[in-house]
Write a protein that binds this ligand. Structure first.
Ligand SMILES: [Zn+2]
Length: 264
């Protein structure tokens, strides 16, 4: 990806131009978005790109994905801000006498699991009429680092609890995709489709977000932590700008995609 348009001057979600507009990390900071991705010399940041109202809404989306779905793994991978990275994390331990207890153990003793939804085909690509029924998805569990032996001693089983909200996660993917498309084409350079979905209609997720659940393409490992790829695709329903997003690709995370807009 070259010639990125990084100074926006309006909110990429609602179009508001009134200051203050704040900068927007395309990939959430909590996923390493403050680091330059492979092939780039700087982090992907859109300047003057979010109004205050949309910043609050979208940071809540990120928070509700990162914490319950991947907090342990982010700690193990050093993706959490130092001042927020807990030295102790909670682990559930089944003891040999049959009882269960919750223990605070050192963060580096906890295994680093992530739960990632892997969606089926997006409705927008197949002309399927939109319904707000829950679109199905599979869940992939990835372990980025094993539990340290000490946490496993004297226990029959040790684990942590994760919770995945597949609608929220789809909104986070759409947010990343919108940022990438704005960087590539400019805010006026394409017709976006996912703004309302991101801001206030999570039930549209089966329409705009899809994946390769149940196919071998679902999880193709690559050497990079994340893989993000923008393409324009012609399907029977029309021509769309599609962003493939494979979070934690290095560890076999599944490929999902966002139907982020139409070319002008
Ligand atoms: Zn806004």
């Amino acid at each position: 990806m070259t010639d990125l348009e990084l100074n926006v001057g309006e909110c990429i979600y609602c179009g508001d131009t009134k200051p203050p507009l704040t900068r927007e990390h395309i990939l959430p900071r909590g996923l390493g978005g403050n680091q330059p991705p492979t092939g780039h010399s700087a982090a992907l940041v859109l300047q003057k790109a979010t109004c205050e109202r949309c910043r609050l809404l979208t940071s809540r989306i990120e928070e509700e994905c990162l914490r319950p779905m991947m907090d342990y793994a982010r700690t193990r991978l050093g993706l959490k801000r130092k001042d927020r990275a807990a030295a102790k994390m909670e682990m559930k331990v089944d003891l040999l006498d049959g009882s269960t207890e919750r223990r605070d153990v050192d963060a580096d003793e906890v295994l680093g699991p992530i739960i990632v939804p892997c969606y089926y085909g997006a409705g927008a690509l197949t002309n399927k009429p939109f319904t707000d029924e829950t679109a199905p998805c599979d869940y992939h569990i990835i372990i980025v680092a094993p539990a340290h032996k000490k946490a496993m001693e004297q226990s029959a089983r040790a684990g942590v609890e994760l919770y995945a909200d597949s609608k929220r996660f789809a909104q986070m993917l759409a947010k990343i995709a919108l940022g990438i498309a704005v960087a590539q084409f400019g805010v006026r350079g394409f017709e976006p489709t996912v703004q309302i979905f991101i801001l206030n209609n999570p039930n549209e997720y089966g329409h705009w977000v899809g994946g390769f659940a149940g196919t071998p393409e679902a999880a193709v490992p690559t050497p990079h932590l994340h893989r993000i790829q923008l393409q324009t695709k012609q399907v029977s329903a029309g021509t769309f700008i599609i962003v493939e997003i494979q979070l934690f690709a290095k560890y076999g995370g599944p490929t999902n995609y966002v139907v982020v807009g139409r070319p002008l």
